[in-house]
Design a binder for this molecule. Sequence first.
Ligand SMILES: [Zn+2]
Length: 213
Amino acid sequence: MKEREFNGAEPDTVPDDEQWRAIVSNDESCNGKFFYAVKTTGIFCRPSCKSKEPRRENVVLFDRTEQALAGGFRPCKRCKPTGETLPDAEWVTQMTSYIDRHYAEPITLQSLADQFHGSPYHLQRIFKKVQGATPVAYVQRTRAARAAELLSRTDRPIAQIGAEVGISSAPYFITLFKSVHGCTPAAYRRRFDRPHNEEEINHASARSDDLLG
Ligand SMILES: [Zn+2]
């Protein structure tokens, strides 16, 4: 999995057992003592936040909200660690930048709601208002865009490209691709036809290995 890269303040503190206990048990008495950020979502919270329990190895701690913000993290919409209400547009940006990095993983309305701390209904409504598309449509559009890029510059099999962008069913991948780009993946690729390259030769030798094996 790709991790985001951070600039500015170095997030070098990981939770000790006591701090981890406070996070897992949503301990209000620890609010103000530290803030915790989750690297995979880019969001930071107060200890008491009732958000979904993160994986411990993805958590970094900050003493002050300014450090978390300087580290590239954004405040959680639910527990509002900076005390301010997160604007809808900012919340949706959190989600789209997450989707842009994690489109190849399973993403559903429910999983977004768990990670970004809102009810699925509310999240879908706000997302659509800001983005003009539902979260699931945005995910599929991102996958189709990435697939187009792979088709244009690699010779990988179409089903493999579908799987690489998070769609394991080849027929579904083709249908989705067509609905976004107006042509099948194969037709799209033909626009970029070019002489054999190294990658294709590698595939060919991999296939002959299969035959030998
Ligand atoms: Zn929170």
